[in-house]
Design a protein around this ligand. Structure first.
Ligand code: ADP
Ligand code: KDG
Length: 315
């Protein structure tokens, strides 16, 4: 039994090592990605015991995902099914703009459903984390999301949820309605500035108004991720801004998932909001300096080294 439980789709990621059209890439690096899996890896590297619940295909890609996550010390509870393991490819266009191509429709994880796992897996958890990618996969994962959040709630497990809107998976109105519906089941809500656009027609003039309105529907903490500018947190009726760390961005994908892990680590270590935001920004910054969805996640020692700005050579 783990102190942190997450669930979702972990996919094989084919990543070109350099910029340019995918069609011209002579080879692709074989990696793993998936929003909740990325957060799981980052929390495991910080020393937390983490369980990841998923469905994988009875295929070689499923073995690959399993091997990589287990190598990170994550306890994977996976049902192996006839449907294939999800796959996705990335491309960094000559202009620098990134594109993503999913091969995940009908994937194994899109069949996760209520009661897919024993809810007893949550018995000793302190935290359950999920993102909006999971309910976006299918009607079945949408029901799974509601079910597992309710099971976590019944056991007084703290629930964190990242809106993580993906326009290739569902339309904005569908996502907004779903997220608003589950807000009463969430304790800590994360969203990015791109996610905030889901509420752009609600007439909020300031980001603080949106955060306050979301919190009024359930979550006691709401965190807005603002890219390199850092983050804005709302907790116990007050707002706090936290600046991002100046780093060289190599790959922005996975920054939000890493941020969540930093913030949640701070929460589990009992740190105040200011420190939680700082830890989130540190993990987000370290994530963007590295190629890959989760590879930049630091160990606890490396994180504190980074925070102490000890950039001297370790020898
Ligand atoms: P997402 O990856 O979900 O779209 P953001 O782009 O807001 O979310 O990034 C999440 C967090 O990662 C930010 O709040 C910040 O802490 C960190 N971050 C992202 N981009 C940078 C950057 N270029 N430099 C430093 N930190 C960054
Ligand atoms: O946040 C990073 C994720 O976007 C990436 O790992 C893949 O889960 C993914 C998705 O659905 O976009």
């Amino acid at each position: 039994m783990s102190e942190v439980v997450t669930a979702g789709e972990a996919m094989v990621l084919l990543l070109p090592p350099r910029q340019g059209y995918l069609r011209h890439q002579p080879y692709l690096e074989v990696r793993v990605g998936g929003a909740e899996a990325n957060t799981a890896v980052a929390l495991a590297r910080l020393g937390f015991s983490v369980s990841f619940l998923t469905f994988l295909g009875q295929d070689e890609l499923g073995e690959l995902v399993l091997n990589r996550l287990r190598a990170e010390g994550i306890q994977v509870f996976s049902k192996r099914t006839r449907a294939p393991t999800g796959l996705y490819l990335r491309e960094c266009l000559p202009s620098g703009r990134g594109r993503v191509f999913y091969y995940r429709q009908g994937s194994a994880a899109s069949f996760m459903h209520p009661e897919s796992f024993s809810p007893e897996l949550l018995n000793e958890a302190k935290l359950f984390h999920l993102s909006g990618v999971t309910p976006a996969l299918s009607e079945s994962t949408r029901s799974f999301t509601r079910w597992i959040l309710q099971e976590a709630r019944k056991r007084n497990v703290v629930v964190s949820f990242d809106v993580n809107y993906r326009k290739k998976l569902w339309v904005p109105e569908e996502a907004r309605v779903f997220v608003e519906d589950i807000l009463p089941l969430i304790d800590i809500l994360f969203l990015s500035e791109e996610d905030a656009v889901l509420w752009s027609e609600e007439g909020f003039e300031r980001e603080e108004e949106l955060l306050g309105a979301l919190s009024a529907k359930g979550p006691r903490e709401v965190v807005l991720k603002r890219g390199k500018r850092g983050a804005l947190g709302f907790s116990n009726g007050s707002f706090l801004e936290s600046r991002g760390f100046p780093v060289k961005e190599v790959d922005p994908v996975g920054a939000g998932d890493a941020f969540n892990a930093g913030y949640l680590a701070g929460f589990l270590w009992g740190h105040p909001l200011e420190e939680r935001l700082k830890l989130g920004n540190a993990l987000g910054a370290l994530a963007v300096t590295n190629l890959g969805d989760y590879e930049g996640a630091p160990s606890r020692e490396d994180l504190f080294g980074f925070l102490a700005e000890d950039l001297s050579l370790d020898r």
